[in-house]
Design a protein around this ligand. Structure first.
Ligand code: TA6
Length: 287
């Protein structure tokens, strides 16, 4: 496939293809491993996605940062603890299907199809399509097509890592009044009162389809995260102790990122009938 002038294919490491996007509207990087949007920098802005300087770039390994595609389950496997965390899509090699450019930006789409290897992990025939529109905003869609003869139970997340200047000054708006599953310590259902601020580990699955904003006074910007076909918004910051336990994350990194994830998990798990399709979407913009 020929690539548009604003897209170059390089091998960050031999055998590890990464697409470098350099367009007047933005620069970005996307790894074929996991169809993983690693970085996105709109023109005139500092990086919007957080990418760990200790991220492991090896085939079959998840990348710490950017937008991991958590699919077809979210978190631990529902019944088999030997299965990988957050499914297998983020550690499989996807196939580039389309790369095009316009004055507004670049569109790239990738596909992952079921095969003998995925059948070992998940007994369904499927196609997963990731479509990315990169420009002044970042629009990522994950379409699942159920090619099998039975219903498919699908939990998923576009697990977006967002760069912030100082987490202690950040405010997340848009979830006031929403119920959520608090997974720090004893898993407990709670209700959000007011905006979200950060002075401890936060790992919550909000039962919400709405738009969220992240106000970041230190970087003097507000990020807006809109969603499509998403009944769960995951908000995560590992804080001090969990950051120390993550080898691919600097101990102090928690000051400078949080995750706002368009997801379908828990009660929002999707039942996808045979032959049908479902598209999870996140749209990130900067003000
Ligand atoms: O989305 C939040 C979460 O489920 C956290 O519990 C934490 O485990 C995070 O995902 C990262 O998971 P990972 O497998 O990428 O280390």
């Amino acid at each position: 496939m020929s690539l548009p002038a604003s897209v170059q294919l390089c091998e960050a490491i031999p055998g590890y293809p990464v697409f470098i996007i350099q367009h007047p509207a933005c620069t970005a990087r996307i790894a074929l491993n996991g169809a993983h949007v690693m970085e996105w920098i709109p023109a005139g802005q500092s990086p919007v996605l957080y990418h760990s300087p200790q991220a492991v770039l090896e085939p079959g390994k998840p990348i710490r940062g950017g937008i991991p595609v958590c699919w077809p389950w979210f978190g631990p496997h529902p019944s088999d603890e030997t299965m990988p965390m957050h499914g297998f899509a983020r550690t499989r090699p996807w196939t580039l299907m389309e790369a095009s450019e316009s004055d507004e930006g670049v569109k790239m789409s990738f596909v992952l199809c079921s095969d003998a290897a995925t059948h070992e992990l998940w007994p369904h025939e499927f196609e997963a399509h990731l479509t990315v529109h990169l420009g002044a905003t970042l629009d990522v869609s994950l379409m699942t097509i159920n090619k099998s003869g039975s219903d498919m139970l699908l939990a998923e997340a576009l697990h977006t890592y967002l760069t912030v200047g100082d987490i202690s000054q950040v405010t997340v708006k848009g979830l006031d009044g929403s119920g959520y599953l608090d997974t720090v310590g004893e898993r407990t259902e709670r209700q959000q009162s007011g905006d979200i601020t950060f002075d401890r580990e936060v790992d919550r699955q909000y039962h919400s389809s709405g738009t969220v904003t992240v106000t970041d006074p230190a970087l003097n910007r507000t990020l807006t995260i809109e969603k499509g076909e998403s009944g769960t918004t995951v908000v995560w910051n590992p804080w001090i102790e969990k950051s120390k336990r993550l080898a691919d994350l600097p101990d102090e990194a928690y000051h400078h990122f949080l995750c706002i994830e368009a997801a379908n998990a828990g009660a929002a798990t999707v039942t996808l009938p045979s032959g049908s399709a479902h598209t999870l979407r996140t749209i990130i913009s900067v003000q």
